[in-house]
Structure formats: C-alpha cells, structure tokens
Ligand binder design. Structure first.
Ligand code: AMP
Length: 305
C-alpha cells in the first residue's frame, strides 16, 4: 500500500565532530521517503527552488521515490537548514533556517496522491499540515511529526492537527514542552487526550517509547560507536515505521510494535553517514540483520521470582 509524504525537501549544511557537509540533500520528507521506500511505494509532496541540484532529483528517482507532487519554483530558492552537533552528539544547535520557497508554499496534493491510504505529515508548518489533511481522502492512518519551533510559534494550529491524526511522533523534550511537564509519561497522556491512538516518544540514543490507552511499549536504540551525523534520524525512524505498516497493511498492536523495531533499525543506519548517504544505499540484507539485533536486544525469557 502506498504512502503520501508531505514535508521539507532541503539543502542541509551540517557540522559534526566527524566532519561537515554543505548543501547536502536533506529535509524531513526526503529522509522519510528514502526509508519508507524499502517497503512501499512513496509519493513526496513538497517544494524546491530552481537551485535544487539535478543530482538530488536523480538520486530520489533512482531510489524509486515518486516526485509528481514535488513543485519546482522558477527563480525560487530551496529551503536551507544549517546545524551543528557538539561532542555530546545528542546536543544540536540550529545555525540557520532559510525558508526560501517554503514561505509561499501552498501544498497541492495530486488527485491520485490524495487517495493514498498512509500519510506521513513530516515536519513542516502545522498550518500547511492542516491544508494537506483537508485534501486527503479518508486515509487509513496519518502519522504526524513536528518540532519545538512549531510548538513555540504555531501552537494552536498544531493542536488542531493533533486532533485529526492517528499517531504522533515527538522527541522527549518536545513532548514535555508541548504538555508543559517534565514527565514523559504525563506528556504521553496529554497527547493521547487529543485523540491520537498512539504517541511515540523518541529518546535519541535511549530508544523510544510507544504509548497507547492500553499501555506502553519500549525499544532500545542500538549502541553505536560510529555516529557520524544524527540529522534526519527521526524522519528515518518515521519512514521505516510507516513503510512497514503500509507493507503489512494492518494496524494491529503487533504490527505497531514490529514497526517500532524496524524504525529503530532504520534510524541506526541514518546516523552512520552524513545526510541520506547511508540510507539511500541501504541493502535489504543489512537492514534485516539490524532488525534482528534490535529484536534480540529486547528479548528476555520469562522471569519467575
Ligand atoms: P531531524 O534530525 O529528524 O530533526 O530532521 C532534520 C531535517 O529536518 C533536516 O534535513 C532539515 O532540513 C529538516 N528541517 C529542519 N528544520 C525544519 C523546519 N523548520 N521545517 C521543516 N524541516 C526542517
């Protein structure tokens, strides 16, 4: 079953203790799509400027990502994001955000894409996410991602989106900021009160928690000695998660749990290279092996005390 992804398609300039890149292919929809396409056909809806390098388009096409909904604005400048990571690789500072063509972007979902059953509202302005939802025709599952910026400056719109989606993905700090609490558990309960069926809270190198009204599920992140660039790990997790759900075309608790394991494995590849380089070239056998490692790390025989 196919997936619609709406989010940023970007040029990222990133510095980490392991090196730096300039104007690398990035963006929330890009990272999400390159992960999800391992499992299901993906259509991106987004916008870039005329300066967007042909080689980036070619890479996305080669990876089988559908680009009929990618608008190219004549004379426009592509969205650019710059960030820097510290020796503690969990700490990131945004150096600049140049909206460029995003400033006047009004998402137009092509008719076929509007009927797709799985939707990832990747990180963009929640006002735009609302416009997307209004054009979608009864999707089976909508997954929402967002970031601290939108909690700060678009809270009302974000609340409105939250009331209309099935799953929300946030990192620890964002969830606590949104729910105005320091407790992840309370933050998850607040998110569930908006009507989402599950709240997936990412805790970086500490893995992630998936909350529902029935309880919670936890997956560890794999300990990795060679983290190169964490940019896009969250979107890659989301893409892997939703790709797997779309492939199974099932919303059972088992499938959701398996999808968290797949998302975790996929995100672990993302951080091992700059930008999309590792995930774009990922082989199915390598992914399969890592899924096994994550699942093995979670296995425990019955404990009797
Ligand atoms: P993550 O590391 O998962 O937070 O995602 C990083 C990606 O998000 C980068 O590739 C950026 O291009 C993109 N990004 C950063 N800020 C924004 C923003 N305000 N709106 C949309 N995308 C963004």
């Amino acid at each position: 079953m196919s997936i619609l992804m709406v989010g940023s398609v970007a040029l990222d300039s990133v510095r980490t203790p392991r090196g730096s890149v300039e104007d690398a292919l990035g963006g929330s929809a890009t990272h999400g799509a390159l992960a999800a396409r391992q499992f299901a056909p993906v259509e991106i809806v987004g916008v870039v400027g005329e300066d967007f390098p042909r080689r980036h388009i070619n890479l996305l096409k080669r990876c089988g990502v559908g680009l009929t909904g990618l608008e190219v604005v004549k004379g426009g400048k592509t969205f650019r994001w710059g960030g820097r990571y510290f020796d503690d690789i969990n700490q990131r500072e945004t150096l600049f955000t140049d909206l460029g063509v995003f400033e006047n972007f009004r998402p137009k979902i092509p008719a076929e894409a509007a009927a797709l059953p799985y939707v990832f509202l990747a990180n963009i302005d929640p006002e735009l996410q609302l416009q997307v939802l209004k054009q979608c025709r009864r999707p089976k599952l909508v997954l929402l991602d967002t970031m601290n910026l939108w909690i700060d400056i678009r809270r009302e719109a974000l609340e409105e989106v939250l009331r209309r989606v099935d799953l929300i993905l946030m990192n620890n700090e964002e969830a606590c900021q949104f729910a105005r609490t320091t407790s992840v558990e309370r933050a998850a309960q607040t998110l569930l009160e908006y009507g989402v069926r599950r709240a997936i809270i990412k805790k970086g190198e500490h893995g992630c928690l998936m909350f529902s009204r029935q309880g919670f599920f936890a997956a560890p992140a794999l300990p990795l000695a060679d983290v190169v660039d964490p940019t896009g790990a969250g979107d890659t997790f989301a893409g892997g998660f939703l790709g797997y759900v779309a492939k199974k075309n099932s919303l059972t608790d088992d499938v959701m749990r398996q999808a968290v394991v797949v998302g975790t494995a996929m995100a672990s590849f993302c951080v091992q290279g700059f930008g999309v380089e590792r995930v774009a070239s990922l082989k199915r056998e390598d992914l399969r092996e890592r899924v096994k490692q994550v699942a093995a790390a979670m296995a425990c025989p019955p404990v009797r005390i």
